[in-house]
Design a protein around this ligand. Structure first.
Ligand SMILES: Cc1cc2nc3c(=O)[nH]c(=O)nc-3n(C[C@H](O)[C@H](O)[C@H](O)COP(=O)(O)O)c2cc1C
Length: 155
């Protein structure tokens, strides 16, 4: 089983494009070494990050990330298990919203990994996928993340 962990936080440090690219490249390299993957999403100065991988590695990484002074108000939304990763092969996909036509990315040279978004769409009712999609669309996300609609959930 894979640990699946989803949190959100507020961006504190004013990342330049090269800061953000460096953070992402470094994270991808470190995550690949540790067998961790997921997605880092940004919308309106808020981050949402999905971490997936071996339980103890993901938990230790989250403790490090939560202590990182570049963001604040880190709120854990989901900490669960999943047989297969939601984003297999992605060492840290990047997504920035709004995703509308013609809107320019905040960080020049850092394009949203649209193939990872396709995987989120295909995951349908999966609660973590729904929560990430809601975040990227600017919809409210309750403290525990979204639950499957079939379970009589939030939406
Ligand atoms: C929003 C955000 C997301 C991050 N995601 C990762 C990540 O996926 N993997 C990673 O190794 N470090 C990530 N980091 C960086 C870690 O917080 C930390 O700086 C890095 O693991 C190096 O830790 P160390 O200085 O203790 O070696 C992230 C930092 C921030 C602010």
């Amino acid at each position: 089983m894979n640990r699946q962990l989803l949190y959100r936080s507020g961006q504190l440090y004013e990342f330049t494009a090269s800061d953000m690219i460096r953070l992402l490249l470094q994270s991808r390299e470190d995550n690949a070494r540790r067998g961790v993957g997921g997605m880092l999403a940004l919308r309106d100065g808020l981050f949402m990050q999905l971490l997936e991988g071996p339980a103890e590695v993901v938990d230790a990484l989250f403790s490090r990330i939560a202590a990182d002074p570049r963001h604040c108000e880190v709120r854990l939304l989901v900490r669960g298990e999943r047989a297969e990763p939601l984003l297999p092969g992605w060492r840290m996909a990047w997504a920035e919203a709004p995703l509308g036509e013609g809107e320019t990315a905040t960080f020049a040279g850092l394009d949203t990994d649209r193939r990872a978004l396709v995987l989120l769409e295909r995951a349908g009712d999966d609660p973590v996928a729904r929560t990430l999609r809601a975040f990227l669309h600017g919809e409210p996300v309750p403290p525990g993340g979204l639950v499957p609609a079939a379970a009589g959930g939030w939406r």
